[in-house]
Design a protein. Structure first.
Length: 221
């Protein structure tokens, strides 16, 4: 199977506004909401830096936790914007909403080489419903969509699937790397091939498990 997908390197991003779907669903302190590991933010840096260095204006977006369509102070992405700013060494403009007046105004004013971060996508109930109207509002802020949240690409949500109906779409470096590793493991695995699956939601992995049963020598859950 061919796991090669178009990446940011296959398109001209200069002067374009890019909607970048990241996975900033970082672990937090239950009491304070403080970020306890920035690993997922760091993982997004290669794609972000490439886009900025090549003259794109980046509109980053992500979900955090399970707010179920409600605004919750402990699940705001403001601390993520602050940490991302520290890692990049430049300002990360933070929008106080997702597709509201603040986000749209800041996206419209965004210049090449600048980056902004939208508020938590799941504060809007339409995100997880893959609402076409919500997807269109996200897409209308940009000219290109970059998928770089490998941990959520299997979900048919507005920011992971819906926006691709309205914008040219390519993969970021993180997604491309994960697909390459997965492709090699599935198409030409070294034997014995042991598949180890983790995570709390076993129900989400049933299709994957069934697929692996014919390929792996052992599946450990």
């Amino acid at each position: 199977m061919n796991y090669n997908k178009k990446t940011v390197q296959d398109v001209d991003v200069r002067g374009k506004k890019v909607l970048l779907r990241c996975d900033f669903n970082v672990p937090q302190d239950k009491e304070t909401g403080a970020i306890t590991s920035d690993k997922r933010i760091v993982a997004a840096l290669p794609t972000i830096r490439y886009l900025l260095d090549n003259g794109a204006a980046v509109i980053a977006c992500s979900h955090l936790g399970k707010p179920k369509g409600e605004w919750k102070a402990k699940l705001t992405l403001a601390p993520v914007a602050q940490r991302l700013s520290q890692l990049l060494g430049q300002e990360v403009i933070f929008a106080k909403d997702i597709v509201g007046e603040d986000a749209k105004a800041k996206a419209a004013a965004l210049k090449p080489g600048q980056i902004m971060l939208l508020e938590n996508l799941r504060f809007d109930i339409r995100e997880e419903k893959n609402d076409p109207g919500f997807a269109r509002e996200l897409a209308d802020m940009a000219e290109l969509y970059v998928s770089d949240a490998f941990g959520t690409v299997h979900r048919a949500h507005a920011s992971t699937a819906g926006v691709a109906a309205y914008l040219p779409a390519v993969s970021g470096f993180l997604v491309a790397k994960e697909l390459a590793v997965m492709g090699k493991a599935l198409d030409d695995p070294k034997r014995p091939f042991v598949a180890v699956l983790g995570g709390a939601k076993v129900s989400d992995k049933i299709a994957v498990i069934n697929n692996l049963l014919d390929k792996a020598d052992t599946v450990i859950i």
